[in-house]
Design a binder for this molecule. Structure first.
Ligand SMILES: Nc1nc2c(c(=O)[nH]1)N(C=O)[C@@H](CNc1ccc(C(=O)N[C@@H](CCC(=O)O)C(=O)O)cc1)CN2
Ligand SMILES: Nc1nc2c(ncn2[C@@H]2O[C@H](COP(=O)(O)OP(=O)(O)OP(=O)(O)O)[C@@H](O)[C@H]2O)c(=O)[nH]1
Ligand SMILES: [Mg+2]
Length: 445
């Protein structure tokens, strides 16, 4: 039985230059034969794979002039035969072309069904498919980079390597468990313990990248705090390179927090400019100050802004105490006015002239994602983090059992770790997990 043909519009809805309708399955070319009239001499049935053919796309009720491509199984995204129609990007055009494909026997593709077929046909692993979603949903370049590393099977290769080490240890153990009477020492316990320890260390190292990975996914929340008039709103504007927040020489200008986002090194930073904190009689200002305090408490990083033209005041001290244990950068602003003060500062900047603003950005990146490197790998999926956690549990139990418990028990713990590692690529993942992952895709992917 050939796989049924499935079809969907693979480009986003709405108007655009071009829209793509994709059909994958047992025989999409038979559908193309009935709805595509090549402009050139080659008939649809004789199309060479991976070539673009111009011609008339016949949707039945209307026609469009576009392109048709054929990919021959298994050399396609899904591993099946694939046909694509590239029509003009009007939503009625794309829907009409899709409807024609349905009339000619194609079924509507479910969410993620193309990619699921690619997975089932061994074209990519589960973590690679997840990397694709991460790239598509990614809102920063760092997310796209991390997603692409997953897509390229970087994590799968690491998990496979650890599985191979476990397989080797397990083989030795199995031999001793199965043929104890042969008195052959397959298992040198000290050696096994060293090997298990190395696997454990690698797992701990990998899991350690998840905290940065989460920030890559969610963005780093940075709160700009300080007493009134130090130039917090001016600093927000300088960092964003845009006139987002109101600036004035009146103390207590900002009330509601003003948000803005920027990328530093490809990582998204969510900035919050807050009300200047001081003792105030004004009810509305006090609401703003309370919001500022709450935001500051939840921040990943606080930019504590001081005025380089003024002494460190009682108000400054009170704020400094509140954020004592927070991850923070002490910023002396208005460096253009004075260079005498600001000895306590991590950095001196001028929101007005732009002095040191770039350096501050680098410092923000370093302070919130220590040692972040665009080429390094970071866990960004909670599922992978949990799978590695399960693997670590098994490996740690085996490490403790080594020399203290019978060999077959050691084997059970190591096998559990092996299974957990296999969940990453999907080798040992169950169907429910697989369905859940592909349901997160959009139709047409
Ligand atoms: N028009 C179009 N653009 C697209 C896609 C698509 O399906 N259609 N993609 C969809 O996501 C992405 C590209 N992904 C693709 C992945 C594999 C193959 C493919 O044919 N692979 C074969 C042949 C490789 C080879 O020639 O060596 C294979 O893996 O065997 C094609 C597209 C992004 N751009
Ligand atoms: N010379 C100089 N003036 C600055 C600088 N940054 C801000 N100012 C001035 O300082 C005053 C206060 O700036 P804001 O950015 O509104 O200060 P703020 O901290 O947001 O004040 P509140 O919202 O009231 O808490 C304005 O008159 C700005 O023009 C700077 O780097 N140099
Ligand atoms: Mg302000």
């Amino acid at each position: 039985m050939k796989n049924p043909n499935i079809a969907a519009i693979s480009t986003p809805p709405g108007k655009g230059g071009v829209a793509i309708i994709r059909i994958s399955g047992g025989d999409p070319l038979s559908i193309a034969e009935k709805m595509f009239v090549p402009a050139g001499k080659t008939a649809v049935a004789a199309f060479s794979p991976n070539h673009m053919y111009p011609g008339e796309i016949d949707a039945g009720d209307f026609k469009d002039y576009g392109l048709c491509v054929y990919f021959r199984a298994p050399k396609s995204f899904t591993g099946e035969d694939v046909v694509e129609f590239h029509c003009h990007g009007g939503s009625s055009i794309a829907r009409g072309v899709l409807r024609r494909a349905f009339e000619l026997g194609a079924a509507g593709a479910q969410r993620g069904e193309f990619t699921k077929r690619a997975f089932l046909n061994g074209k990519l692993s589960l973590s690679s498919a997840e990397g694709l979603i991460d790239m598509i949903n990614g809102e920063s370049e760092a997310e796209v980079r991390a997603g692409y590393m997953l897509y390229c099977e970087r994590l799968k290769k690491v998990a496979d390597g650890l599985q191979a080490s476990l397989t080797e240890i397990l083989a030795g153990i199995d031999a001793d468990v199965d043929f104890p009477e042969e008195d052959l020492e397959h298992t040198d316990l000290a050696d096994v313990k060293t090997k298990i320890g190395a696997i454990r260390d690698k797992l701990i190292e990998l899991r350690g990248t998840y905290s940065v990975g989460q920030k890559i996914r969610q963005g780093v929340n940075v709160v700009i705090a300080g007493r009134p008039n130090t130039g917090k709103s001016s600093l927000l504007n300088a960092l964003l390179g845009a006139d987002k927040a109101i600036v004035s020489s009146v103390a207590g200008t900002t009330r509601d927090a003003v948000e803005g986002a920027l990328e530093i090194g490809g990582v998204r930073f969510n900035l919050y400019d807050t009300a200047g904190q001081r003792e105030s009689e004004n009810e509305i200002e006090n609401i703003g100050i309370e919001r500022a305090r709450q935001l500051t408490e939840g921040a990943d990083l606080v930019l504590f802004v001081l005025d380089a033209g003024e002494e460190f005041s009682e108000e400054d001290r009170s704020i400094a105490e509140k954020i004592e244990n927070k991850n923070k950068i002490v910023v002396y602003n208005k460096s253009d006015l004075s260079d005498a003060r600001g000895m306590r500062a991590d950095i001196r900047v001028s929101a007005k002239t732009g002095e040191n603003i770039q350096t501050l950005k680098q410092m923000m990146l370093e302070k919130s994602l220590q040692g972040y490197s665009a080429d390094a790998e970071y866990l960004i999926e909670q599922r992978h983090y949990f799978a590695l956690g399960k693997a670590l549990e098994g490996v740690e139990a085996a490490y403790r059992a080594c020399g203290n418990a019978p060999l077959d028990l050691l084997g059970i713990d190591l096998k559990a770790a092996w299974d957990a590692l296999g969940e990453i690529s999907g080798m040992t993942a169950n169907e429910a997990i697989i369905d859940e992952i592909f349901a997160k895709f959009c139709v047409g992917k």
